[in-house]
Design a protein around this ligand. Sequence first.
Ligand SMILES: Nc1nc2c(ncn2[C@@H]2O[C@H](COP(=O)(O)OP(=O)(O)O)[C@@H](O)[C@H]2O)c(=O)[nH]1
Ligand SMILES: [Mg+2]
Length: 325
Amino acid sequence: MSKKCFGCGISLQITDSSKLGFVKSLDMDYCMRCFRLKNYHENSKLAFEVDNFKILEKVNKGQGKVFFFIDILNIYQETISLFSKVKLPKVLVISKIDVLPKNISLKVIENYLRKYFHVQEEILFVQKKKSSAKKVYEYISKDKWKNFYFLGLTNAGKSSLLNLLLEELVTNSKPITVSEIPNTTLDFIEISLPNKKKIQDSVGLTYKYCFQEFEMLQKKLVKKEIKPKNFYLKKGTILALENQIFLKLDDVNSITWFGSENLEIKKIYKERGEYISFSVPEKTNVYLKGVGFFYVKNKAVVQIAGLKKENIAIESSFLGGNFYE
Ligand SMILES: Nc1nc2c(ncn2[C@@H]2O[C@H](COP(=O)(O)OP(=O)(O)O)[C@@H](O)[C@H]2O)c(=O)[nH]1
Ligand SMILES: [Mg+2]
């Protein structure tokens, strides 16, 4: 078996520097791409296509239990249906909960997942913190399964949590590469734990996320609790996000942005681009996939320009009281 990169799991090779997995010498533990990502925060231009079907098929043929990661800003039909394609015993892991405004309880999110998306499996809430790593480790220690997969959306924080777990538990562990670009992890990475169990970190599943450019991928990253930005929109007013995505409503309405504060959102009054329209009932989340969501309070016709329809998801919101008990 060929030697694999500790950072991303790809097979190492010394023959072609323009291909993934290149190292100057096979004594090295990290491929050139991981080295650059880690030390220079530099995005490699090498393309990597992920086939969700293949990854799911590989896991479904395996044995063990799946921790399926969806981050708190990407809960909608497309991502939940990826979760439903996992045939092994599974736990839904909602990650990056540190970004959720404190006035929204996890109980509300759980009720939402159960009542609106009909999730029946166990749900774990995690963030990039030691306490979450410990929670996962304790879960694994007690569980009857020996093998666990970290599967789920790309960029949901799988490798970050696994690194914390390694730091805590495995002496001289080498960190897995973590970054803001989608598909940092390129192949399965198997990790043996002191409790004799195994975790397989995996290639993140892709979905129809909005941004591809490195600069925007960095900007959209939410690093701490979101401070929702409220806008009172009159007819004819357009909200412009980074001067790339434009949104308007058919009537006076209140709209709130939940996403990175580094993204510029401002009101403009000049028409831009071609709009796609959605009729939404009250209390709706309009997701810009992979970035964040607008909470639309009242029934409206929402029009969006600068994105394809597949980059947008519309769901009844967990905000507004329906899922409080
Ligand atoms: N705010 C926040 N950011 C996180 C968390 N976990 C990971 N990240 C960031 O999200 C990005 C993707 O993380 P990574 O672990 O590579 O995700 P993976 O693709 O699922 O393995 C990185 O920039 C991380 O720093 C978290 O719990 N909260
Ligand atoms: Mg990863």
